[in-house]
Design a protein around this ligand. Structure first.
Ligand SMILES: Nc1ncnc2c1ncn2[C@@H]1O[C@H](COP(=O)(O)OP(=O)(O)OP(=O)(O)O)[C@@H](O)[C@H]1O
Ligand SMILES: [Mg+2]
Length: 307
């Protein structure tokens, strides 16, 4: 689609996405008619805003980064936006969440970052959700660090390789690993916004100072446009009374930087990745699906408000 020589890739893509798409969306009626890519009245962000690049990060493990990347991107795609998810985590959980394991495909974000002969089109993979594309991760990404460190301006590699293709998208989400390394640095150097999922736990603030220092350093050194889009209360469990107190404290401290939407703990969000689907298709009527739709609306309002 964006150059490259991915003849075999497009065959696989076409076949796979067509059948899964039919399976997921063919029998329900919620406004999509057939192939979403052919819709002419689809929702788009204004051209001068495209794409809004959002890094989802927090070096704290298991706080909901991947769950947010998969489900927020799917909710926006369902609303009509064109969305790209970049899986920058060698664990490849976001890729798996969309049902894309790397076996049938030769190349991943790793190749895009380290091999000048690999193009965006060689790596990009259409998911079963119309308008939602993925750059899958692979375990090799864990060694990309070393290679990036040896490149001149290695920290802007992601930005450089995405430049030719990015205008096709309204939103680009980057699912970051739970570390502050060269992969996260690449994500921050490319993004214009950071979304930080935080679990309302006693240790929620652990590492937040370091995270903000990193964001500030990236902003000063190579990305003056970088700003925090919002802090998202995730894995919220209202049955634990201390959670409510911690959420109130977070709201008091971070004021308007906090998202209004709260993502509650929900067993459907544990089941959905096992079914290799986002929540909007796995359990469209669940509370979690409603929450991610609300979050999507909040994100659209935030990015269109000031511009
Ligand atoms: N709202 C939720 N309710 C229930 N389970 C959740 C919720 N959000 C995430 N989980 C589960 O918690 C675990 C961690 O979530 P997730 O993978 O999204 O976190 P992460 O920050 O991406 O983790 P890592 O730091 O390892 O990348 C997963 O098993 C996920 O299914
Ligand atoms: Mg993750």
């Amino acid at each position: 689609m964006f150059g490259g020589n991915g003849g075999s890739t497009s065959t696989v893509r076409g076949k796979r996405s067509f059948s899964i798409r039919n399976f997921l969306f063919g029998i329900r009626t919620h406004g999509h008619h057939g192939d979403g890519e052919l819709d002419e009245d689809q929702t788009r962000l204004p051209a001068d805003l495209r794409p809004v690049v959002i890094s989802i990060m927090n070096q704290k493990g298991g706080c909901g980064k991947t769950t947010t990347a998969v489900n927020l991107s799917a909710a926006l795609a369902e609303k009509g936006y064109r969305v790209l998810v970049i899986d920058m985590d060698p664990q490849a959980h976001a890729s798996l969440g969309f049902g894309i394991s790397l076996e049938p495909f030769r190349r991943s974000v790793y190749d895009l970052l380290t091999d000048p002969n690999t193009s965006f089109g060689d790596v990009m993979h259409a998911t079963a959700i119309p308008r939602l594309d993925l750059l899958p991760a692979s375990i090799q990404l864990s060694s990309a660090q070393l290679e990036l460190a040896n490149m001149s301006r290695g920290e802007i590699t992601l930005k450089r390789v995405l430049a030719p293709a990015q205008k096709a998208y309204d939103f680009v989400f980057i699912d970051c690993p739970p570390t502050l390394n060269l992969l996260t640095l690449n994500a921050l150097a490319y993004a214009t916004k950071v979304l930080i999922p935080v679990q309302a736990q006693y240790y929620a603030m652990d590492g937040m100072k370091e995270l903000f220092r990193t964001i500030e350093a990236v902003k000063n050194r190579f990305n003056p446009d970088l700003e925090i889009l919002g802090i998202l209360p995730s894995l919220f469990d209202k049955r634990i009374s201390i959670s409510t107190e911690i959420l109130a404290a977070l709201r008091e401290h971070f004021t308007s930087s906090m998202f209004k939407t709260v993502i509650n703990t929900n067993v459907k969000l544990i089941e959905a990745p096992m079914a290799q689907q986002p929540i909007i298709s796995y359990a469209p009527h669940s509370a979690a699906s409603t929450e991610f739709n609300r979050l999507a609306e909040e994100v659209v309002n935030l990015v269109t408000k000031e511009n």
